[in-house]
Design a protein around this ligand. Sequence first.
Ligand code: FAD
Length: 436
Amino acid sequence: MEVIVSGSGLVGAAMALALHKAGIKSTLFDQIDPAQAAKDAATTGEPVAVQFGDSGGSVMLGASALRVVKQLGLLDELLANSSPSKFTHWFKIDGTSPVVLDAVHSNSKGEPDPALHAPVQIMRSKLHSIFMNACSKARIQTLMGKKLVSVDDSGSRVTAHFADGTTATGDLLIGADGIHSATRRKAFDDKLKAEFTGVLGYIGVVALEEHNIKLDETCAFYIERNKKQLVATFKVSEKLGAINVMTFADPDPEESKEDAYRPYTDLPKHSARLADLIGGWGVPKNVEAMMRHAYRISPASIYDLPDLEVYHKGRVVLVGDAAHGMVPNAGLGLVSGMEDVGTLLELFLRFPDVKDLEKLLRLYSKLRVPQATDASARSRAMSKQYYETSILGQSFSHLMLRVGIFAFNNDMVKYYDIFDCPAQVAAAVAAEEASN
Ligand SMILES: Cc1cc2nc3c(=O)[nH]c(=O)nc-3n(C[C@H](O)[C@H](O)[C@H](O)COP(=O)(O)OP(=O)(O)OC[C@H]3O[C@@H](n4cnc5c(N)ncnc54)[C@H](O)[C@@H]3O)c2cc1C
């Protein structure tokens, strides 16, 4: 079987590694133009690695995702380049009134391996380079400057057409091209588009030790609900941290023109302006200092993809944000994408032949749609918790968060169901065989 993977972001790269593990040949295609990336790096004077996906900074991975990384044989390398994130903190914007989630406790439910109990914080660029280096060792070909623009799935094989006029043909096309996936729009329905939530922001990386910035929490959110302001800090190591600043775009386009937070070209000014901005919001001094010293700042606009009923059509299948791009507030987007990869790995190990593709893809949608739809719903609920106020005031909303987190910490409600790919696939295959 020959597989085309469109998009070599975190999920696409992991997908190619999973296919390799199942003995299936794939080629990665990404729209990223390395020449343009080198030009951008020269303009900013920063030795920026090619950025895949929309945003940089740090990412948190829970047990479900770590399991798949372990299966790909990359867990030790990932753990050596990340930090455990045992607690998640939520504060009011000024750093008062902490609410604390015991992430190890909630993550350990259903996970027998203690090494996977603590979620980890890792720089997105580091994780990506771990995956891409593994792809290169496995001799998986990666072609850049290949923007998918249309899909022809009418024959016995599927063909991807790229903006540069070239094509690629295979037995299966895997769309790993993110929340605005062209694969999804071209092969499924052009109307299946992600919607802008109104939330805009910036993400930056901070050299903590170099600037003498003390950061106790590994994952912390500072929230002002009435003004819809959110600042998040992440500690990836003693040396390195990341900061996210999020707020709503002004709903009045005329008024917002002057103050809208848009990408700047002058990075130092940018971080200083953002530091002044969040200083004005009242964040603690160490958080303001993080923003002031942040570099490699990337803009992030938050979109939400309406729930899809199915993730496959003909010889095309969607993984990661292309299938279920969700708001980031519950930290489940990449986790869900890695679960897709783990599920397809198990399915390909069982059904490596082209003749079984229809069954394999049907089982994939059957297993992944309910789990990822649930993750999207949890993410939306968390976003509502952050950005919506109650008529009883924001202190009441913060109290509600405290009650919710107490319920998670004390096993009254589950934070998230860990997805056991081998067990889930085995059960689905057994059920299918029993029904035949
Ligand atoms: C601020 C923020 C914080 C987050 N934090 C977390 C977290 O802590 N934990 C977590 O689990 N998730 C988190 N997420 C979600 C997570 O980042 C995404 O779910 C994940 O990056 C999706 O990976 P992906 O590979 O599916 O898509 P992407 O990372 O978007 O990669 C898509 C790739 O496809 C390429 N591409 C796009 N269009 C085309 C085309 N037409 N042709 C060819 N190539 C194309 C792009 O260049 C890119 O390389 C966060 C998201 C945001 C915005």
